[in-house]
Ligand binder design. Structure first.
Ligand SMILES: [Zn+2]
Length: 156
């Protein structure tokens, strides 16, 4: 899934919880941001495994989207990371359960989205040096999430 989907999905879930006064809009933004930041491990894996341009964000992106020269997901994308993060978030519950909940929504929604495999036609374009190779179904999901977010914040 692409960064915008990793932001919109947890942001939408957290916004629903703001309707019940369980979270604030700032924590909803935190959930969305964490959803995107989980993929930072791709950059660290790129630095460790790339033969050239180790620090290139462009090469990290293109390897992740199209080239797949090596695996870019670290342990935080797998069950061991899920268990480790769960232990940290459970401990954090006692300090600030709302922040812990927002972090959990961001992190676990990311894992759910990454392990849900879409099928069908793809939008395959290049924007400058960056490959975009996105399923139409993900674009539709993003559009639905944007409309739902607008409904929740009262713009529609
Ligand atoms: Zn991911």
């Amino acid at each position: 899934m692409y960064p915008q989907t990793h932001f919109l999905f947890p942001f939408f879930i957290a916004l629903i919880l703001t309707e019940f006064n369980l979270l604030s809009w700032k924590l909803a933004l935190l959930a969305g941001t964490v959803g995107v930041l989980v993929d930072l491990d791709h950059y660290f894996e790129h630095i460790m495994h790339a033969k050239k341009n180790k620090f290139s964000l462009k090469d990290t992106w293109n390897n992740s989207i199209k080239l797949h020269k090596f695996y870019q997901r670290s342990f935080i994308h797998h069950w061991i990371g899920a268990v480790l993060i769960a232990s940290i978030l459970l401990a954090a519950l006692f300090f600030n359960w709302k922040i812990s909940l927002a972090l959990a929504i961001g992190y676990y929604s990311h894992l759910i989205l990454d392990h849900y495999h879409l099928k069908g036609k793809k939008l395959e374009i290049k924007i400058g040096p960056l490959f975009i190779n996105e399923y139409h179904t993900e674009i539709i999901l993003d559009a639905i999430l944007i409309v739902l977010v607008f409904v929740l914040v009262g713009l529609i």
